[in-house]
Design a protein. Structure first.
Length: 301
């Protein structure tokens, strides 16, 4: 891979680096933060009765890791040149997984502002795409890897039933703002929070929409802490990511007292410092929904 920029970006700059890969003639991207290593394909041990998109498992330095065929998961044809195929070892949701792709080309450093939300023109793939980047008179699509994995293994996603282990809970009159670009996760979060007693939520598709909403309230003279008592934000979102959103909230005189919880698949020991640097009050890894609810209970005012 060609790499012109350093991988470790400053926190809160609203930038990211993506690894570009291809499936056939189609160009896709994955956040470099999720990528642990690019490997040449190796022998895969098949698993009986596994999902049709799962090729099997391989061992990587002592870890047994599932291999997911991205072309199959997207409904595309097999590689024309399997000798050029690559394995992308990724880690998110505190889980390692290998994505089998056709080629890996280069790393791009871009701003979240340049990433457009997928529209209905991408029918068929729209639910598996989180953003569209126009590049070199072509389009590069950011895939929703969390959803692809959740479609294959539903247990890897958020479930309202998990709240049952917290026992009986009272209804709360607290208002929570949610910034989350995935329609599936927005719905699951609202359902789960309601199950936990937090029935008053307001969702936004990205940090920019959420921040502009808060600014409008401030400009109208509203007392922000009476409008909302807590913010939950994802990290990866078109237009404005969660780190930049958190940074802006914590730097604004009228917003800075709002507790911000980052709820993301990218919360790892190696990356927590990014959220700390922008002032997040807490950081929870998806899909640890019980931990999220307990953290909300602790921080909400």
């Amino acid at each position: 891979m060609n790499k012109d920029q350093g991988i470790l970006l400053e926190s809160g700059t609203n930038e990211l680096e993506i690894v570009e890969f291809s499936i056939g003639e189609n160009r896709f991207g994955i956040n470099v933060i999720k990528v642990k290593e690019i490997l040449n394909p190796s022998a895969v041990t098949k698993i009986p009765h596994s999902h049709s998109s799962v090729e099997g498992i391989i061992e990587i330095r002592g870890d047994v890791v599932p291999v997911l065929n991205v072309a199959h998961a997207l409904g595309f044809e097999k590689s024309d040149n399997p000798d050029q195929d690559k394995f992308i070892l990724a880690e998110f949701n505190q889980t390692k997984i290998v994505f089998h792709v056709h080629t890996v080309t280069q790393i791009h450093r871009i701003s979240w502002e340049s990433i457009e939300k997928p529209g209905k023109m991408y029918q068929g793939l729209d639910t598996q795409i989180t953003g569209v980047i126009k590049k070199d008179e072509d389009m590069l699509l950011l895939l929703d890897f969390e959803k692809i994995v959740a479609d294959i293994n539903p247990e890897s996603s958020v479930h309202a039933e998990q709240i049952q282990e917290l026992g009986e809970r009272e209804r709360s009159n607290k208002n929570i703002l949610i910034a989350e670009d995935s329609p599936l996760l927005r719905s699951l979060l609202q359902e789960t929070l309601e199950e936990a007693g937090y029935v008053h939520t307001n969702c936004f598709e990205d940090g920019k929409e959420a921040y502009e909403h808060l600014l409008n309230l401030a400009h109208e003279g509203k007392e922000i802490l009476k409008e909302y008592q807590l913010i939950i934000t994802d990290i990866e979102m078109p237009q404005m990511d969660g780190h930049h959103f958190t940074k802006l909230v914590k730097e604004h005189n009228q917003l800075q007292d709002l507790p911000v919880i980052i709820f993301s698949s990218l919360i790892t020991g190696d990356l927590k410092h990014k959220g700390e640097k922008v002032g997040a009050d807490a950081q929870i890894s998806k899909p640890e929904i019980v931990n999220l609810i307990q953290t909300i209970d602790h921080h909400i005012k």
